[in-house]
Design a protein around this ligand. Structure first.
Ligand code: HEC
Ligand code: HEC
Length: 392
């Protein structure tokens, strides 16, 4: 081979390698879904701006609130993720286990706008106080596109197959459509759609009323005092966006719908053997590795595998926070998705577990036999399983 043709060959090889690499571009945390249109990218960008925008009392924040923007609680490892923040729910439970809401709700806001006459207080009758960690919204649009029937098909409320696991689908009334749907978002699977969750979070986390939830809430504070606490607002409630002609809640929805899931880390022999223990220990009975979206007019959401590691059902794994909410009973929690697990801490609904090992050892109730298999496994089996989890 002449020197020239050798050089040419190397150049061609280099080009081929570069091309090869560019077809495997990585999706980073916070990136939009691959394959969206330019118009969708613009909606994503504007939605991200709104999700990050810090509101003031004049913009409608409060009078009672938990955070000043969506992103203050959803920012690790990128906007849309989580934070170490927890919020508070409380109520009263009697000797027979009957739960009563105090002051008409269970969410006791952390903060109030200055003046602080609308600061909520946990009433003296409360004997259940629960904390809840944020849930990341990466890949939420794919989760939203999973048909209700797919989730319901996995439920087994009477435990007919006798495996000790009896997941229930959360049948809730969707704020956005007014129809009964299967909830999948929130620790209690309290919402089925990102629009409904957006309205709920805008009003309940930030105190900003909107088309779907037009009334201010500050538990234990009467309407007259609430009116006195709130400064006059600059615009009308949940004004339409100049850029999109949409409401704030639509912009949040667009951002979350188009946000990509966290990409999996590298797989090797250790992670593959760990994945087998994930199956044989029974983890996959609730942390279902993959669910599929249904038919969808948008190709990005059409019949796609969603590798979330959740059945999106309600289970009693002995960690329940004592607060009934929407279709969920006091002791039930929706199986959390495990995708992106390596990039988030703390774990469990109340942020009480520092490591995956601690979280697994806390599983009891429906997950007792699975947790026992983990405990009784060899050190090597447990270590492989944890390596697998840290590749998600
Ligand atoms: C004070 C912190 C805080 C703020 C501010 C906040 N969130 Fe959250 N977010 C949470 C917590 C805590 C949860 C879990 C709540 C639960 O299920 O009880 C959550 C859950 C969610 C979920 C459910 C995700 C899933 O897959 O289940 C969505 C969607 C969401 N938030 C969207 C928003 C939007 C949109 C905003 C802004 C309008 C917002 N959040 C503002 C703390 C916050
Ligand atoms: C019966 C259903 C069920 C089984 C079986 C089960 N889990 Fe879970 N898992 C859950 C539920 C529900 C939670 C949420 C509990 C909470 O937050 O209080 C959870 C939480 C977790 C978490 C914490 C996730 C987070 O985001 O905070 C990890 C990690 C986890 N499970 C791993 C496993 C592994 C590994 C196994 C097998 C050894 C397993 N689970 C078996 C239902 C189950």
């Amino acid at each position: 081979m002449t020197r020239l043709s050798a050089a040419l060959l190397f150049t061609l090889l280099g080009v081929a390698l570069l091309l090869g690499q560019s077809t495997q571009v990585k999706t980073l945390p916070g990136d939009p879904l691959r394959g969206i249109s330019a118009a969708e990218f613009e909606l994503f960008r504007i939605g991200l701006e709104d999700f990050t925008e810090v509101e003031t009392a004049e913009d409608g924040l409060g009078p009672a609130f938990n955070g000043t923007s969506c992103a203050v609680c959803h920012s690790v490892p990128a906007i849309g993720g989580i934070s170490t923040m927890t919020e508070v729910r409380a109520g009263h439970v009697d000797g027979e286990g009957n739960f009563t809401e105090l002051n008409g709700g269970t969410l006791f806001h952390l903060f109030s706008i200055p003046g602080h006459r609308c600061q909520v207080q946990i009433p003296a009758e409360a004997n259940v106080i629960a904390r809840r960690s944020p849930i990341p919204v990466f890949g939420a649009g794919l989760v939203e596109a999973i048909p209700d029937e797919t989730i319901a098909a996995h439920e087994d409320p009477e435990d007919r197959d006798g495996d000790g696991i009896s997941g229930r689908a959360a049948r809730i009334m969707d704020l956005a459509s007014g129809r009964e749907r299967i909830g999948r978002f929130g620790w209690k699977a309290q919402h089925a759609t990102l629009l409904a969750f957006s309205a709920d979070a805008y009003r309940n986390e930030m105190g900003i009323t909107n088309d779907l939830l037009p009334n201010e809430v500050a538990l234990g504070v009467d309407a007259e005092t609430i009116a006195l606490c709130s400064p006059p607002r600059r615009g009308v409630e949940d004004v339409r966006d100049r850029r999109t002609g949409m409401r704030g809640i639509d912009n949040f929805e667009n951002f979350m719908r188009l946000l990509a899931p966290i990409e999996r880390g590298p797989e090797d022999d250790e992670t593959r053997s760990g994945e087998q223990f994930f199956q044989s220990f029974g983890c996959a009975s609730c942390h279902t590795p993959v669910l599929h979206t249904g038919r969808h007019s948008n190709p990005v959401f059409d019949q796609k595998p969603v590798r979330l590691f959740s059945d999106l059902l309600l289970h009693d794994v002995g960690t329940g926070d004592g607060i009934p909410q929407a279709a969920a009973q006091a002791n039930e929690i929706r199986t959390p998705a495990l995708w992106g697990l390596r990039l988030r801490r703390p774990l469990l609904h109340d942020g009480s577990a520092a490591t995956a090992d601690q979280a697994i050892r806390r599983h009891a109730g429906e997950a007792l036999s699975s947790a026992d298999r983990y405990r009784e496994g060899t050190v090597g089996e447990r270590s492989a399983l944890l390596t697998f989890l840290m590749s998600l």
